[in-house]
Write a protein that binds this ligand. Structure first.
Ligand SMILES: C[S@@+](CC[C@H](N)C(=O)[O-])C[C@H]1O[C@@H](n2cnc3c(N)ncnc32)[C@H](O)[C@@H]1O
Length: 416
């Protein structure tokens, strides 16, 4: 089936995430200002709660039946309550007025058919994700976002739950600004770049810090295995993951998968963390949801099995302004030694084709270019292949925020 993805603030990284999970991904539009769009196909309905880089997902109208316009679709719905409808227009020449006019036109058609509807006002041509989320479009019966791109129509099937991401970021009991705050969305992207993994697969983070990757892996139904050189920080991960298992009522191994699928009976707090729609799978039959221990990634021997490695490696010290050349040279050498040492140590411990996805540092220079570690020049002889993407190149795999000196370059490897 054909889907449209409205991409997040680092759209090419989002495209890479989609390519890792779905087929036939192509970029539809990548404007300088405004939302970037991609389309893809998937047999299974994609779950927005698992995609860190996608803000909204909509399904092509023709996938719902033989409809050539949205009025035919609305007329076919078996719903007798009050409709709540909104139009998002992502076409090149779209305007707020045009989108609103389209929504009002659909409201009039519904009225003629004896149905009442409320229209979400368009401040812009596309409805914000907050507006779609708060109005529960695509969530509740009769609450519909109609999405237009040029001559094509789509129906919104999911929007990012902003509150759930905020809570997963800010409500963790143990946080440490010094090791950096990996946004949960980026942690999801790193995990997804590993490619499709089986439920219950073990995801290793050998630089686990306070455990954001491990937390997201657990919420996606994987076993989380973390190590870190700092005993203190391993304690932070332990505390955060323990809190997660207490708020999320993970199903026990005695219950059947079927009973546990979908919501898996989370407590009200867990629902808040995951989002009311509870779309992240909690089904995981293992009793031990996470393991963390102290270990130097350049020499540690990990327990098996390891199905995928997703991590944010050592980024060097936090920086508030561009470093002088001599300082940067030392920091780069230190980071590179740890990352290369880790890859060397890991290679003989994992099976062929095991995915290894790492966020590594890149530093913004006064000329606004990024100084990278150039790790990829060396991975071939360490026993790894570099994954290629259809729609983007390695230069595009960069995650940065305005004003940040230390950005993250993402490297996606497979053991040979
Ligand atoms: C950027 S932080 C990772 C933060 C983490 N993503 C989180 O969620 O908090 C990098 C981590 O690498 C750890 N580290 C540095 N050198 C290491 C080494 N040789 N082996 C293992 N961990 C190391 C640091 O203690 C730090 O926690």
């Amino acid at each position: 089936m054909q889907y449209l993805a409205i991409l997040g603030r680092q759209p090419l990284l989002s495209v890479a995430e989609l390519e890792s999970q779905f087929s036939d991904v192509s970029i539809l539009s990548m404007p300088k200002n405004g939302s970037a769009l991609a389309e893809f196909t998937s047999e299974k309905e994609p779950n927005i709660a698992r995609l860190g880089g996608t803000i909204k997902i909509a399904k092509e109208l023709s996938e719902f039946g033989k409809f050539s316009n949205p009025e035919q679709y609305l007329a076919s719905i078996d719903f007798s309550g009050k409709y709540v409808i909104g139009v998002s227009d992502y076409s090149r020449n779209a305007s707020a007025r045009g989108a609103q006019g389209e929504a009002l036109r659909l409201k009039r058609i519904l009225k003629k058919a004896g149905r009442s509807a409320r229209v979400i006002p368009n401040k812009t041509a596309d409805l914000s994700s907050a507006s779609v989320f708060h109005n529960q479009l695509g969530e509740k019966p009769g609450h519909i976002e109609l999405v237009k791109y040029e001559k094509r129509w789509f129906i919104g099937i999911g929007v990012q739950n902003i509150n759930a991401y905020r809570d997963r970021d800010q409500k963790r009991p143990a946080r440490d600004a010094k090791v950096g705050m990996l946004p949960p969305k980026l942690a999801q992207i790193l995990i997804n770049l590993c490619g499709p993994l089986k439920t219950g697969a073990t995801v290793l983070d050998p630089f686990c810090g306070t455990g954001v990757v491990l937390q997201e892996a657990m919420l996606m139904g994987y076993k989380a295995y973390g190590t870190d050189i700092s005993e203190r920080i391993v304690g932070f991960s332990e505390k955060n993951l323990q809190a997660l298992t207490e708020t999320v009522n993970f199903p026990s191994s005695s219950a059947s998968r079927q009973e546990l699928d979908g919501c898996g009976h989370p407590t009200p707090t867990a629902r808040k963390l995951l989002g009311s729609a509870c779309k992240l799978s909690l089904a995981n039959s293992s009793e031990n949801k996470f393991t963390v221990s102290v270990g130097d990634a350049t020499s540690f021997t990990w327990e098996q099995p390891i199905d995928a490695i997703a991590c944010e490696g050592y980024l060097g010290p936090p920086m508030s302004q561009a470093p002088v050349d001599i300082k940067l040279k030392t920091v780069k050498q230190e980071c590179k030694a740890i990352i290369i040492g880790f890859l060397k140590n890991l290679a003989p411990q994992i099976k062929a084709k095991t995915p290894v996805v790492m966020a590594i540092p890149a530093w913004q220079r006064p000329n606004n270019q990024y100084d990278r570690l150039k790790i990829l020049d060396e991975v071939d002889k360490l026993g790894y292949n570099v994954l290629k993407f259809r729609n983007l190149s390695q230069d595009d795999l960069l995650y940065y925020r305005d004003g940040q000196v230390v950005a993250r370059e993402i490297i996606v490897l497979r053991k040979k």
